[in-house]
Design a protein around this ligand. Structure first.
Ligand code: FAD
Ligand code: 2HG
Ligand code: ZN
Length: 471
């Protein structure tokens, strides 16, 4: 190991090789403080040649590498294990915008570019980069691609995978694969880009990407509406999809329990809808035509929804500040949960046709088995993506409750997900958190195929071992 550490200075400036405990500490814990690891060193390369040389050295010494972006991931993918033998490869110094191609409507960025910076650079050129999530001020595009992040615009623009046209990747042997192409059609055999997107650093290290840009909408209207049931929320979604088609850019659901928790920790974020509706839906329409056009369309759809008894109340944001306040309320649920203490997260997708029965049955089973448990259910309803999070009954220490109940609660939820033909990970990935759950729910053939790919691309198992799949 000492030999390896000594040789590192031949591939990276000494000041970017962190080996002291106090220097490594900020890189060893995830955002939730759910996983804490140890690392031999934290390395901070500034270009793909340095990444390539580091990987070659690691391959020679059989040192495991944990790629890391903003370490905001929820599944412990960017946190090393406890052995102290792995290195963290943090990409934050690789944060350059390499090119904005106006005619091609693409942006080429390095992996360590913070998502919000990318969004702002796009706006400066009159474009929209639509990937948007609560962690956008600190997560990085490499991490977004490695987890195939979703967020609040997937309904209209797709997830990170859909927004990506090309990649530059350092392989487990240290070769640099230059797939930096801004092509919307390329059928030259296997899609290597799609292999690396969503692979959470287990198949290669993403060093740069070509991402799609879109024309910037000029008008946006945001509304909060009250629904009495999930069935009416889905009927409302279908109504908006039919009437607003591609103008529908957001459709988020928050249960009363989620918003109560929000208000407890952030009292200024009270739900502006009176009467504590069981389901509050945040809807956003965006367009390239006049403000009036979208406003009128929104009002017409809401009227129809009232008449069909799909909604019982609605409030339309009268200015940008109020629209932002609606979105902040939605985004603060995660922060309110963090304030409340550790919780059990389930980031799941269910076909919309089964969502109503999933929620009713899972809620009933959960409340029956774990009386007093708090179900913090919210999410990207337009994508069928729920954040079905479980907090312990009031007064119980979350740590003690989770220790004895985590496994059976996950099993209860995932059995229901499987019954409804859903997915146990919608947008947060697998990491180390869901390694066993993936093995149990992916299906044997699919799981074996994943292991085959892992063995083929990383035969020494040095790229983020024991994350996603174990070989
Ligand atoms: P990290 O956490 O650093 O890494 C994530 C995984 O990717 C790890 O396995 C890591 O090894 C790997 N990785 C990182 N960089 C690279 C690279 N360059 N090459 C190869 N592998 C790499 N997620 C959503 O999908 N939707 C949301 O709405 C959402 N909201 C969030 C809100 C909050 C408040 C927080 C804290 C998180 C949220 N997340 C959400 C989760 C998280 O932000 C995303 O998973 C994000 O994509 C992770 O990016 P990161 O740069 O922080 O990656
Ligand atoms: C969101 O949609 C994020 O806000 C976080 O994906 C979800 O806290 C969560 O479980
Ligand atoms: Zn989410």
């Amino acid at each position: 190991m000492q030999n390896f550490i000594n040789q590192l200075s031949t591939v990276l400036e000494q000041k970017y090789i962190l080996t002291k405990d106090e220097d490594k500490a900020p890189y060893l814990t995830d955002w939730r403080k759910r996983f804490i690891g140890k690392a031999l060193a934290v390395l901070l390369p500034c270009n793909s040649a340095e990444v390539s040389n580091i990987v070659k050295l690691c391959a020679e010494h059989q040192i495991a590498i944990v790629p890391q972006g903003g370490h905001t991931g929820f599944c412990g993918g960017a946190t090393p294990d406890n052995s102290g033998t792995q290195i963290i490869l943090n990409l934050k110094r690789m944060n350059q915008i390499r090119e904005i191609d106006i005619a091609n409507q693409t942006i080429t960025v390095e992996a360590g570019c913070i998502l919000q910076t990318l969004q702002e650079k796009a706006v400066e050129q009159g474009f929209l980069f639509p990937l948007s999530l609560g962690a956008e001020g600190s997560c990085m595009i490499g991490g977004n691609l490695a987890t195939n992040a979703g967020g609040t615009n997937v309904l209209r623009y797709g997830n990170a995978r859909d927004l990506c046209l090309g990649l530059e990747v350092v392989t487990a042997k240290g070769e640099v694969w230059n797939g930096i192409k801004g092509l919307r059609k390329d059928n030259t055999g296997y899609d290597l880009r799609d292999l690396f997107v969503g692979s959470e650093g287990t198949l290669g290290i993403i060093t740069a990407a070509v991402m799609k840009l879109y024309p910037l909408p000029i008008s946006q209207w945001t509304t909060l509406v009250a629904c009495q049931s999930i069935a009416s929320s889905i009927a409302l979604l279908n109504l908006f999809q039919k009437r607003a088609t591609s103008l529908l850019t957001g459709f988020e659901m928050m249960t009363q329990e989620s918003l109560d928790l929000n208000e407890k920790h952030f009292p200024h974020m009270a739900n502006p809808l009176q009467g504590n509706p069981p389901f509050t839906i945040l809807i956003e329409l965006s367009d390239h035509e006049s403000e009036e056009h979208v406003r009128q369309l929104l009002e017409t759809i809401l009227e129809e929804a009232f008449e069909s008894h799909l909604i019982s109340n609605a409030v339309i944001a009268s200015n940008l500040g109020q629209a932002n306040a609606f979105w902040h309320m939605r985004e603060h649920i995660t922060l309110a949960q963090a304030e409340e203490g550790a919780n059990l997260k389930h980031d799941i997708t269910i076909p919309l046709s089964s969502l109503d029965s999933f929620i009713k049955e899972t809620d009933a089973l959960m409340r029956d088995k774990y009386p007093g448990v708090r179900i913090i259910n919210f999410g990207h309803l337009g994508d069928g993506n729920l954040h079905y999070n479980i907090a312990p009954p009031l007064g119980l220490d979350p740590k003690i409750f989770n220790e004895s109940n985590e496994k059976p609660i996950h099993e209860l939820v995932y059995a229901q997900v499987e019954r409804c033909h859903g997915s146990i990970s919608a947008e947060h990935g697998v990491g180390q958190l869901k390694l066993d759950d993936l093995r149990a729910h992916k299906g044997e053939v699919a799981h074996e195929l994943m292991k085959t790919l892992k063995r083929a691309l990383d035969p020494q198992n040095i790229l983020n071992p024991h994350k996603v799949v174990s070989i």
